[in-house]
Write a protein that binds this ligand. Structure first.
Ligand SMILES: [Ca+2]
Length: 249
């Protein structure tokens, strides 16, 4: 295990990646001492060295869609970390899923299978271009089946385990999914997907959340960008990376 100075969880996460560290499999950020602890060991125990550390373990399966955070296993359902993969896709692709092993949308059908009959905790991690990590957690996240156009709901925003400001995700509660070729949003005169980079999302009218928007290489402010409400003063500020995941009970 190695340790080095670090500013934040996001900072440590970047140190736990090539080329900085080739085979990093887990890390902990220790807030009091501003340290990143990094290890190649798959099942490293940080308890003795970082009892208060926030521990992250990297993917535990080959396609990088399962991760363990603070001992909880999560299924990643969406991830954006680089700009090459376009998320401007039609209904069928949002239903089926698309992408590669790092950047992907797992698909509405799979999200429904995971959450339709047993609502789960949704965790969203957004990293800004200032390398700040914002976490939003929601209990009771559930996506209904195709006959409802994958209507989404959840129970509540968990402020104790979140650090986004001014959460307004409630705006999306009860919405059907919309894509560039299927308008289910609440704007009678407009079409949210078209104004938001042709992304797919549970748009209302239209709302401050567009994680499937256009990937930019800096903190551009525009409704079309990949953004998440409560991570910046101007809500449509482009993020550096984002991932959405579901806690597997
Ligand atoms: Ca509309």
């Amino acid at each position: 295990m190695t340790s080095e100075p670090g500013r934040s969880v996001a900072d440590c996460a970047m140190k736990c990646e090539p080329p900085h560290m080739q085979y990093c499999s887990a890390f902990a950020f220790v807030p009091e001492s501003k340290l990143c602890l990094l290890t190649e060991a798959q099942n490293a125990d940080f308890a003795s060295v970082a009892p208060s550390g926030l521990v992250y373990r990297k993917s535990i399966d080959s396609d990088k869609k399962l991760v363990v955070i603070d001992g909880k296993k999560f299924q990643v359902i969406q991830h954006r970390s680089k700009g090459e993969l376009s998320f401007a896709r039609g209904w069928t692709q949002y239903e089926d899923g698309f992408g590669d092993e790092t950047d992907f949308w797992i698909g509405l059908r799979t999200i429904h299978e995971l959450t339709g009959s047993s609502p789960k905790l949704l965790r969203v991690e957004a990293v800004t271009w200032s390398d700040e990590l914002y976490v939003s957690e929601y209990s009771g996240f559930s996506v209904a089946d195709a006959s409802t156009d994958y209507r989404m709901t959840y129970t509540s925003y968990l402020s104790d385990s979140s650090n986004t400001t001014g959460d307004s995700f409630t705006n999306m509660k009860g919405m059907q999914f919309s894509t560039m070729d299927r308008d289910n949003d609440m704007s009678s005169s407009g079409f949210c997907s078209n104004g938001r980079g042709n992304s797919g999302w549970w748009f209302n009218h239209c709302g401050n959340y567009n994680p499937n928007g256009v990937y930019q290489n800096s903190a551009v402010v525009h409704p079309s960008t990949m953004h998440w409400g409560g991570t910046a003063a101007q809500h449509s500020t482009a993020l550096k990376s984002i991932r959405m995941m579901i806690h597997l009970a």
